[in-house]
Design a protein around this ligand. Structure first.
Ligand SMILES: NC(=O)c1ccc[n+]([C@@H]2O[C@H](COP(=O)([O-])OP(=O)(O)OC[C@H]3O[C@@H](n4cnc5c(N)ncnc54)[C@H](O)[C@@H]3O)[C@@H](O)[C@H]2O)c1
Length: 391
């Protein structure tokens, strides 16, 4: 197997700088490439501050200081030049298929034969990204969670033409990357299907959320009360605050994507569409569900609307977990639960469903009927309970 030493981090934005930091922490030489001088500068500052903090908290290996790691970091704007001796290129540029396809082709054409191109895409098909390049066997997905130094999960994804060797190298490198909050968890994604593991399993919850939000709007129920229904007790941010924080446009585009790839039932709801049209995109626009003009809102969650059944989310997510088991994305429900815990910091739905699938099957039938959304019907693997043994 190829011994990876030189990593090129392509795209030095939010994700790229975090990924570059963990690669440096593992001892790799990293060259960060971006088209923006400003973002290169910001990335360098982020990593420098990160290592200095680790040094001041004595969290670096004994006998080493921030400088020992920073000396292995270079930056460049010339991709073609720097990939000449790259063993692995991790791409985290804008989420646009044509941009990623072009970069994949450029990297594969100009790098050594063994060089692997790994995409950090959240939604796109690895097979499609590799489509125009001459060595699709060298292309994998390496999907990190934000921020990469803190979130334990990396999903390593096999495209339709990816070789075993490339997958194994992707897994080995991923396992070697430290995590500042607990032990790194690497999930092997065996089929290139929309959303991979975590995003996919959680995705159909949006169908139920759209229903709740639209219902609350029609009935004039204040968002704070709906938010009180939706939010977990110990969550660092309430559900609707988080949704504003991430951006309503991200939710909108995600739902459109799944509505094209999986089912029209994902189509954005009335309120979400209205928020897009009015530009109420959340934090970045100063307004979403809440007013952000004076900083982060502090919703009063003391009163609930009483229109949400939280168990429905568990049922919907576990049902989707069974769909990816049916599709062969993973072969064990434990991997789904472990991935969600490592990527999102909350427990996955599968263990609970394995003990309650009969009751949850009835709940899914009722919910699908009530909402008029056939995608929420229990799939065969779920209702038969045969997934229980796929541990
Ligand atoms: N932000 C997240 O939470 C998150 C999580 C997982 C995966 N992702 C994925 O990671 C990727 C990057 O997301 P981000 O949030 O870091 O975006 P970002 O906008 O913060 O960073 C993208 C960077 O890519 C650079 N770039 C654009 N075109 C380039 C090119 N041709 N060559 C070199 N650099 C180029 C930009 O200048 C920018 O610095 C996307 O594919 C996204 O879907 C994001």
């Amino acid at each position: 197997m190829v011994n990876v030493k030189n990593i090129v981090m392509l795209g030095f934005g939010d994700m790229g700088k975090g990924i570059a930091q963990v690669c440096l922490m593992a001892g790799y030489s990293v060259t960060a490439v971006d088209i923006s001088d400003d973002l290169i500068q910001k990335g360098l500052e982020y990593i420098k501050t990160g290592f200095e903090k680790l040094e001041s908290k004595a969290k670096l290996p004994e006998g080493s200081g921030a400088k020992d790691f920073l000396v292995k970091l270079k930056t460049s704007k010339d991709l073609i030049e720097v990939v000449k001796d790259a063993d692995l290129v991790i791409e985290a540029v804008v989420e646009k298929l044509d941009v990623k396809q072009k970069l994949c082709k450029d990297v594969i054409e100009n790098s050594p034969d063994h060089c692997i191109f790994a995409s950090n895409t959240s939604t796109m098909s690895i097979t499609e990204i590799a489509e125009n390049c001459s060595k699709p066997e060298n292309v994998i997905g390496m999907h990190f969670f934000n921020p990469a130094p803190l979130m334990r999960l990396i999903e390593v994804i096999r495209g339709d033409k990816t070789s075993d060797e490339s997958m194994n190298i992707g897994i080995e490198v991923s396992k070697s990357l430290p995590c500042l909050r607990g032990e790194r968890y690497v999930a092997r994604v065996l089929k290139d299907r929309p959303g991979f593991i975590v995003n996919r399993v959680l995705s159909p919850g949006s169908i139920y959320i759209n229903h709740i939000i639209d219902l609350a709007y029609e009935k004039g129920i204040p968002w704070e009360q709906v938010d009180a229904d939706l939010s977990g007790e110990n969550a660092p941010m309430s559900t609707l605050t988080l949704s504003d924080f991430t951006g309503r446009d991200i939710a909108y585009h995600g739902q459109l994507y799944y509505s094209e790839k999986l089912s029209p039932d994902y189509k954005p709801g009335k309120v979400l569409t209205m928020q897009m049209e009015q530009g109420d995109l959340g934090k970045k626009a100063g307004k979403g569900f809440y007013d952000w003009s004076k900083g982060r809102p502090q919703p009063d969650l003391s009163k609930k609307a009483g229109i949400v059944n939280r168990e429905i989310f568990v049922a919907i997510n576990a049902n989707e977990g069974c769909r990816i088991l049916e599709e062969g994305v993973v072969t064990s429900w434990k991997v789904i639960d472990d991935s969600i815990l490592a990527g999102m910091n909350f427990p996955g739905p599968m263990e609970y469903a394995s003990k309650n699938f009969k009751r949850l099957t009835v709940l899914l039938e009722e919910t699908s009927e009530k909402l008029g959304k056939s995608y929420l019907k229990p799939c065969d693997l779920f209702k038969s309970g045969k997934f229980v043994d796929m541990v």
